[in-house]
Ligand binder design. Structure first.
Ligand SMILES: Nc1ncnc2c1ncn2[C@@H]1O[C@H](COP(=O)(O)OP(=O)(O)OP(=O)(O)O)[C@@H](O)[C@H]1O
Ligand SMILES: [Mg+2]
Length: 590
């Protein structure tokens, strides 16, 4: 017990719980009046229950012992009135509390979703989609339960306990004292299991993220799973994960029942004592009606007590869920302290990178990279797989932060000096893995800030991207849905849509990360033509795998293991007969 207070670990839990609950309820801003009304309705509901218990005293004394005819006449009406009130209060308390909790869920999901869109890229690299999603789906729901069912039960139970205590005190204060001794003992039992409960709940929620993740990977990667015979492995992995969760759930269930039984045992002990004292000692003897009401009240007390211990589990789960949510919401967002916001830059780019390391990793991925690209020119990045080409271009729109010793300048201004939105407005990206949305072709091309573009403009862009050839014959034309991640389209078609999107954006800087996957000659030729069209009048940095792209570039940067190995034009580099020559011979000469 001493340690309890000294370390403060357990002692701080209830206040932390209240503080946490306060933070959870802050998501119910604007609904406090409703919450308050819900609490009142709850109090009234429990008041009716207590009154009904108290009624046993006059029913027995007046009805059965004294046979008061006038009272017996009114009794049925009183009962009906009470039951009617009970139902009404129950309706309002449930409705108001549900309104509050569903609003908490809605607001929490909104906040989490907004945060998804602001956290830095590395967070996505290091956390699985399943974990991120389960936070918003599973955890939020657990939190919701503590603002609805659980809180209703708590209020009902507390008010009922209070009401019943009043009934008992008014019947016999001496006998009621027994309960006051047992009460604190119950509190000790409940508290001791809280910490374990919360720990298991944290494990359970993490486990849910794992389960979601495995399912998600198997669903999105169904082709790989089936063709590589991954079914047994995935099934095994999934079974393990759900089995682990089951064992956590069982532990929680056991803790819960031990908890409840302990409390009930103490309750019945009090009841037995009361019955003994009320019937055998002169100083504590009471009338028949009082005795019936007292015993009924004590029996009635067991229910809210059980409810309170049961609900405790829901609270521990909710708190654990809320803690993870708040930890996620505390993650810092992308730094956006720049102030420059020119309408349109010219497009001169200077790279000055001393070194770059991905957050949370050790390996130096880029080292001593210094070169510039003049506005309107095309710069090709070539190099072996893993040499750092994609990394280099992803630094331009600031997907990753540069160290203070490195910088990239646009028209002589550091990329850090621009506001993020304006900086990204200057850049159109066609990435290695084309990202499409489960929407129409029209909305996939006119996406985001281009949402307001007209149909004619979109069709024009599709034509320039040589995508119109396959879009036009579709039954619903540009209003055809492309399926999740554009899966209803071929790889080449997806790329041409991405190019159309970049054309429509009409940004001064273009980043092309050519797909390494080989396409047939026809698609290859079409994409090439589309890209040529796109590059006109823009500063282009192209991660090039195609000889045709490389040959046309104004300058070629050859990367090897994160370092700039050679630079020049295609001819000069070939003539040099160095690393590029070797690369060229390997890749393009049969
Ligand atoms: N998000 C990331 N977090 C940590 N390390 C990364 C990340 N992305 C890439 N890397 C590492 O950085 C190095 C360079 O990767 P990068 O994707 O830039 O290569 P690349 O030249 O584009 O290769 P490819 O031609 O195959 O696309 C690799 O060693 C890779 O392991
Ligand atoms: Mg790459």
């Amino acid at each position: 017990m001493k340690k309890h207070h000294a370390t403060g670990h357990d002692a701080t839990l209830p206040p932390a719980g209240f503080k946490l609950y306060g933070r959870i309820l802050s998501f119910a801003r604007g609904y406090f009046l409703i919450f308050f009304l819900g609490v009142i309705a709850n109090a009234l509901y429990s008041g009716v229950d207590a009154t009904m218990t108290y009624m046993l005293k006059p029913i027995v004394n007046k009805g059965f012992v004294a046979r008061d005819a006038h009272f017996l006449l009114w009794l049925p009406l009183i009962i009906i009135a009470l039951v009617f009130c009970r139902a009404t209060f129950n309706y309002f308390s449930t409705y108001f509390m549900a309104l509050v909790s569903r609003s908490v869920v809605m607001n929490m999901r909104k906040t989490i979703f907004r945060h998804y869109l602001k956290i830095p890229a590395y967070y996505y690299d290091n956390n699985s989609t399943g974990e991120l999603l389960s936070l918003m789906l599973y955890n939020v729901d657990q939190v919701a339960r503590i603002t609805s069912t659980a809180i209703i039960q708590v209020f009902q139970a507390i008010f009922l306990v209070l009401g019943l205590l009043v009934v008992m005190l008014s019947v016999s204060w001496k006998l009621t004292l027994i309960f006051c001794v047992i009460g604190p003992l119950m509190a000790v039992v409940i508290k001791s299991s809280n910490r374990h409960m919360r720990r298991h709940n944290h494990g359970l929620q993490k486990g849910m993220g794992h389960v979601t993740n495995i399912a998600e990977e198997s669903i999105t990667g169904y082709r790989e799973v089936r063709t590589f015979g991954g079914e047994p492995y995935e099934i095994n992995r999934f079974d393990e994960a759900v089995k682990k969760n089951r064992s956590r759930e069982l532990k929680i269930a056991v803790l819960q029942v031990v908890n409840t039984s302990g409390v009930q045992l103490l309750g019945s002990l009090a009841l037995a004592l009361v019955i003994y004292l009320a019937t055998s000692h002169a100083s504590t003897q009471i009338s028949t009606g009082s005795f019936v009401a007292l015993v009924a009240a004590m029996i009635a007390l067991l229910k809210p007590l059980k409810q309170l211990t049961n609900v405790n589990n829901i609270f521990q789960a909710g708190f654990a869920g809320a803690q993870s949510i708040f930890r996620f919401l505390a993650l810092e967002t992308e730094q956006d302290t720049g102030t420059l916001s020119p309408a349109r830059i010219q497009g001169n780019i200077e790279f000055d990178i001393q070194s770059f390391i991905y957050p949370k990793t050790e390996k130096v991925v880029l080292r001593n990279i210094r070169f510039s690209v003049q506005a309107g020119k095309t710069c090709a990045l070539v190099g072996r797989s893993g040499s750092g080409k994609t990394t280099l271009v992803s630094l331009l729109p600031r997907f990753y932060e540069l160290a203070d010793t490195s910088d990239i300048k646009l028209d002589g201004q550091s990329v850090k000096a621009f506001t993020l939105s304006v900086l990204r407005e200057q850049i159109a990206v066609v990435s290695q893995h084309v990202g499409l949305f489960n929407d129409t072709i029209f909305h996939n091309v006119a996406y985001g800030v281009m949402r307001e573009k007209s149909e004619a403009e979109v069709i024009e862009a599709l034509k320039l991207a040589h995508a119109w050839e396959f879009v036009e014959p579709l039954p619903e034309g540009i209003h055809t849905l492309v399926g999740e991640n554009g899966l209803l389209l071929s790889g080449g078609q997806r790329q041409r849509l991405a190019i159309a999107r970049a054309i429509l954006k009409d940004a001064p800087i273009l980043i092309l990360d050519e797909a390494t996957s080989a396409l047939d000659n026809e698609s290859e030729r079409l994409i090439q033509k589309a890209m040529d069209r796109l590059m006109v009048g823009r500063t282009t940095i192209v991660v090039a795998h195609r000889l045709s792209t490389i040959e046309k570039a104004d300058q070629i940067m050859v990367l090897d293991a994160g370092e700039l190995k050679e630079q020049g034009t295609h001819e000069s580099l070939l003539a040099q007969g160095g690393y590029y020559r070797k690369l060229y011979d390997m890749q393009f000469q049969d």
